[in-house]
Design a protein around this ligand. Structure first.
Ligand SMILES: Cc1ncc(COP(=O)(O)O)c(C=O)c1O
Length: 472
């Protein structure tokens, strides 16, 4: 016990503390009373019911329209078992192109074994933020593994990929800063920018010259400048022009953040991602971001980079400090999947062969695959949203599960079916999926099926649904 730790001192310390708390509470009570006096009280205010909201009316209108047109909802299909290159729904097996399981680690016995051991040892939850609940060795092992893959000092993992972008971006930039991003960047990065309060500018997709002209015009007014791109773009399947971005970075001194969600395990000879694809020193990119839900078939996200970057995020990023730590079982499963990435590069090679085959066959069949370079993501552009939904439903009849992407996820008129390729897809599955897509899409086009061609009678039936109070 020190001199200042005597019972008398403790008692008087507690007294002072309580006195201070009381004063603060009184002051806030006075402020509140002043606020209430200033504002006229509403007489009676009823809570809005959720079904009166325009947001709900939009959802219910979409349901009614698809019911009226006799088109099933392709979203939220229920699976009977783990989905990979194949899946089972309603007791029937399908070739599955709607899951991210790029390296087929989701059901790999080595991953499952590691997951079970971890549950036995640590239970399910990390129980609280790592700051207070403390570390589990599986967290540090995962972060070390990620840092090794990128050849950088350190990594930090978060409970979701989405949250990773939100937490990291809003921690690193603020209202005095500028974020410039590719126009096709993922919604999670946009959410992070919005939360940060930074000024946001976009540049034309993968157009580094356009980025330069944006930077030249506005960057001088800001404290920090962050540029965000994706390694492999999630909706289009093309690759960021990293060499040109690095060259620009050397002249404009911005931080470069690369979202590797669809590139890790996919690009580069050993699947390390975009830097390996281009042969670039990974340390020259300031912020590597990725998710644990794709190649590593777990859940969570990460930032990899310098030790200082990791230290800042672990101390200051709200989504890390004030959120529960990644579930130990998810950290361990992701680490086991990354071990597979490192020790079995043939999976990456198979994935790449499959992606290239899909793209080649789709082009030969006259399908519009947009900008895709045939790696993990191959879209088939359909244009009309209703036609894309119908095509997805018809493919299900053919034993193929591929989901439509419609507005607002992509601009109106650019609806598509998006095929995720895995290393476990067989040539037969790929050939059948492409052939069935081309045949069914051809027939839909021949019938002129789509929103744009609804006949007058149907339009008249839909009219009352389109006249919700929200539209009046
Ligand atoms: C490019 C990109 N970034 C971030 C995310 C968010 O990752 P998660 O789904 O693991 O939360 C996704 C998810 O699809 C994505 O495609």
């Amino acid at each position: 016990m020190t001199d200042s730790d005597t019972p008398e001192n403790n008692a008087s310390g507690r007294g002072n503390f309580l006195e201070q708390m009381r004063k603060t509470r009184e002051a806030s009570g006075r402020n509140r009373a002043e606020r209430l006096n200033r504002q006229p009280q509403p007489v009676v205010r009823e809570a809005l019911s959720f079904d009166s909201l325009p947001e709900y009316q939009r959802v219910s209108m979409q349901r009614k329209i698809s019911g009226m047109l006799g088109v099933d909802n392709p979203f939220y299909r229920s699976h009977d078992r783990a989905a990979g290159a194949t899946t089972e729904m309603g007791g029937r097996e399908f070739a599955n192109f709607a899951s991210y399981d790029y390296l087929a680690t989701n059901t790999d016995p080595k991953v499952l074994e590691r997951a079970k051991e971890t549950i036995d040892r640590f239970g399910i939850s990390a129980s609280a933020s790592r700051l207070v609940a403390g570390e589990r060795p599986v967290h540090t092992a995962l972060e070390q593994s990620l840092a090794d893959i990128y050849g950088v000092d350190a990594a930090v993992c978060f409970v979701s990929g989405y949250l990773t972008n939100v937490a990291a971006i809003s921690c690193l930039v603020g209202p005095q800063d500028l974020v410039v991003h590719d126009e096709f960047i993922h919604n999670s990065a946009l959410a992070g920018i919005k939360q940060s309060g930074a000024t946001r500018r976009l540049f034309k997709h993968n157009d580094v010259e356009n980025l330069e002209s944006v930077l030249r015009t506005v960057q001088a007014d800001f404290r920090r400048v962050l540029v965000i791109v994706e390694g492999v773009y999630s909706m289009d399947g093309d690759i960021a022009d990293l060499p040109a971005l690095m060259e620009l970075r050397s002249r404009y001194g911005f931080w470069l953040m690369v979202d590797e969600a669809h590139a890790l395990g996919v690009l580069g000879k050993t699947g390390r991602g975009t830097f390996e694809h281009y042969g670039i020193d990974p340390r020259e990119v300031d912020i590597w971001m990725g998710t644990l839900s794709k190649t590593s078939s777990s859940c969570g996200g990460y930032i990899a980079g310098s030790q200082a970057l990791a230290d800042i995020l672990k101390a200051e990023a709200g989504g890390f400090v004030y959120s529960v730590g990644l579930a130990p079982v998810l950290a361990a499963s992701a680490t086991a999947a990354l071990d597979i990435l490192r020790t079995e590069p043939e999976r990456t090679a198979r994935l790449r062969d499959n992606g290239a085959l899909f793209l080649k066959l789709a082009r030969e069949a006259g399908l519009d695959t947009g900008l895709s370079t045939g790696y993990s993501v191959v879209p088939v552009l359909v244009g009309d949203s209703l036609r894309a939904v119908q095509l997805s439903n018809e493919l299900l009849e053919e034993g193929v599960n591929a989901l439509p992407i419609i507005h607002p996820a992509v601009p109106e008129g650019l609806a598509r079916l998006r095929f995720f390729i895995t290393c476990d897809h067989t040539e037969e599955q790929i050939r059948h999926a492409v052939e069935a897509t081309a045949r069914r899409l051809g027939a839909l086009k021949a019938r002129n099926f789509g929103l744009a061609s609804l006949d007058m009678e149907k339009m008249m039936q839909l009219q009352p649904l389109l006249q919700t109070p929200d539209n009046s």
